[in-house]
Design a protein around this ligand. Structure first.
Ligand SMILES: *[C@@H]1O[C@H](CO)[C@@H](O)[C@H](O)[C@H]1NC(C)=O
Length: 235
């Protein structure tokens, strides 16, 4: 009986050691959906629920190709909502590396100069959320994820949030935000983002008053993580 107990305790110890070791593999989850859908909110929420050290957020934006060689006027005409602007092949390598438990060197991108400044080491957290409007836009990339989430939010709500964010955080005018919405955000959403919803395993609504309980339960089951705090849903 005592032997059985010892063996059991040894088993638990081994599990604990593996779980807490930095070299454990990551469960890598896509967090897709249009601009203003509520992806960042859900990312922050999941981080709070499972504890900050257990969840990393990797943004697709980090993988924008370096455009420093272009003149400022040429750069201003670029369409940053198009999949070709991103080095998704490199992100695919990094996702697979994290799934094998490897530390990866992810790019550091500067939005002011549209250039890649360097690389930063990311160690594999038990749960990695890969966030971006286009993370499910391409078949090969989308197949790499362990779970694919799409945050589905009506266009009017997304536009309102985008106006608020760009006015408050980026000091832009309503006219310029609406112009960009019409010229690139809306057409690219129709072309690449909305259609990528079909690749999602889970579709969550990003409107006010939404409950993320089922999503938390799914992520807990796949990662073995335990809810470490209760967070009020307040989207
Ligand atoms: C990470 O997850 C483990 C297992 O669920 C938990 O015991 C630990 O407290 C979490 N870490 C943080 C920093 O919350």
């Amino acid at each position: 009986m005592l032997e059985m107990y010892k063996i059991h305790m040894l088993g638990i110890l081994i599990v604990v050691l593996f779980r807490t070791s930095a070299a454990g593999p990551s469960v890598v989850v896509a967090l897709a959906g249009g601009s203003g859908a509520g992806k960042s909110y859900i990312g922050t929420y999941v981080k709070k629920v499972f504890g900050h050290a257990n969840v990393s957020i990797l943004s697709h934006d980090r993988y924008y190709k370096d455009q420093a060689h272009l003149h400022p006027e040429e750069r201003a005409r670029l369409n940053f909502d198009h999949p070709d602007m991103l080095e998704s092949s490199l992100m695919l390598e990094h996702i697979q590396g994290l799934q094998r438990g490897e530390t990866v060197d992810v790019p550091v991108y500067d939005f002011q100069t549209h250039s890649r400044l360097g690389y930063q080491q990311i160690t594999p957290a038990p749960l990695v959320l890969v966030d971006g409007i286009l993370v499910l836009a391409e078949t090969v990339l989308s197949q790499a994820f362990d779970i694919r989430i799409y945050v589905d939010t009506p266009a009017d709500i997304r536009l309102l949030r985008r106006i608020k964010r760009d006015l408050v955080e980026r000091g832009r005018s309503v006219e310029s935000v609406l112009q960009q919405y019409q010229d690139t955000v809306r057409p690219m959403h129709e072309l690449f983002v909305e259609s990528s919803k079909a690749r999602a395993d889970v579709i969550v609504s990003g409107t006010e008053g939404e409950r993320f309980e089922p999503l938390v339960t799914l992520l807990a089951a796949r990662t073995g993580l335990v809810r470490s705090s209760f967070v009020k849903d307040e989207l």
